[in-house]
Design a protein around this ligand. Sequence first.
Ligand code: ADP
Length: 546
Amino acid sequence: MFGQMQDRPLLISSLIEHANQSHPHAEIVSRTVEGPVHRCTYGDLSRRSKQVAKAMLALGVEPGDRIGTLAWNGYRHMELYFGVSGMGAVLHTINPRLFPDQIEYIANHAEDRVLFFDLTFAPLVEKLGPLMTTVKAFVAMTDRAHMPALKLPNVLCYEELVAAQDSDYAWPTFDERTASSLCYTSGTTGHPKGVLYSHRSTVLHSWSACTTDSLGLSSAESALLVVPMFHVNAWGMPYAGALCGAKLVLPGPGLDGRSVYELMRDEKVTLALGVPTVWLMLFNHVDAAKLDPKKDLCLQRAVIGGSAAPRAMSERFEKEFGAFVVHAWGMTEMSPLGSVCNLLPKHRDFTLEQRLDLQCKQGRAPYGVELRIADDEGRSLPHDGVAFGHLLVRGPWITDGYFKGEGGQIVDGDGFFDTGDVATIDADGYMQITDRSKDVIKSGGEWISSIDLENAAMGHPGVAEAAVIGIAHEKWQERPLLIVVKKAGQDPTREEILAFLATRVAKWWLPDDVAFVAELPHTATGKLLKVKLREAFREHRLPDVG
Ligand code: ADP
């Protein structure tokens, strides 16, 4: 027997419709590429995304067509989020920080029909445009006065496209499983692979993000999205913002410490989201300009994800900004939210030190995400906070397969996807990433966490950045090599660093050697590129330490 409740599809258009009904005056504030700060409301966004949808139809775009963007966080990009997906096409946000040949590959693989771009990327589009074989029109996201002179046929002006349409448009209704947007993983190995989200997965993910045990986004927040809209849909916040009517603050290309700080101050930001690197830039600005964030700002929470939130960063947010760090973990394949670190009643009596330790964990899975850890043979490992193994996930906003079947079958017989991360889960369900599976160091049948070693090494006052890789070893199979970038003006020695580590990690985890380099290689999303390091140190010979 079926229930007798209304079967309304979960469509992205319903989010913007709701925002228009219930939060028409909530603001979206954008720093534009052209310069000035732009202000609009969800009411404006609703109208203009309908104009965008009609403009798509006028361009001959059909349901299912992929529409590319190379754009910062801004109101026009938001209009595309709702206008393109709302009319049934697929929004494909391209990460402009990828290498040009990757961007070319992605646009061709996705078969993008139209490419929207911010003025910043005009030179890139001029270069790559002729190589993007399926793109029929390039749209500069600006007005006539700012149109770039490009040596490309078919360059259109966004504001003209929008102005040519009115907002008399009813969003179409279709199956909620219809594809809505496409993001490619940055592909540290092989070609980037596409993750194709659906309307249903996007709405469920947004709903979850607004719950208190997740990111708790709500109409009471002024939320600064420093995480780019070309990186897993800014962690889904543009959709979640419309769902709950949060004020959204979009920094455009201004990701430097000063611009971020000023927006936080001027827009009374209460919640800010970004990767650790942007917060380091913010801290540097606070130091250089001798600012008092507690006095200037009303930040209450900072969401940190993308890579591990360092303990010192949570401490600084707490002490200098009066803000609680919400540590979150996820990946492109998971829309991206997989776990969030919030507190339980039992943590209320924790000292700050104890709480900061807890905040180093990536947190607990919200309803909708199932987490498992398993050994190499697929056997489940205990949730005791000690055993670590492959982290497997399952849920309605987690991928079932890459776009066009790349990579083949990627979920196991029970429907679990292997994240490629290695983690512990404690008795309260708090998960902590200890490594990437390809980076974990297998020494004499035991696993050594490269991330734990890196974090320990970063605690040394002379170390600016650290990476640990496994080096082949006759007796132990692999042993750790620590690679260090020294802090400016400091000159720590190999012996000093090893002595420092000896007090912090198990003896058998101690790196066999330390190498010093001027800089470490990173991916387009700021993660350590260990493949490059392994190549560079392939011939490295470890000293005989027994
Ligand atoms: P990419 O950088 O490849 O585009 P993602 O953003 O999808 O991709 O990266 C996902 C990976 O980032 C995760 O599998 C995990 O290794 C890492 N990651 C994300 N958040 C965290 C976190 N809070 N702590 C540690 N690692 C994280």
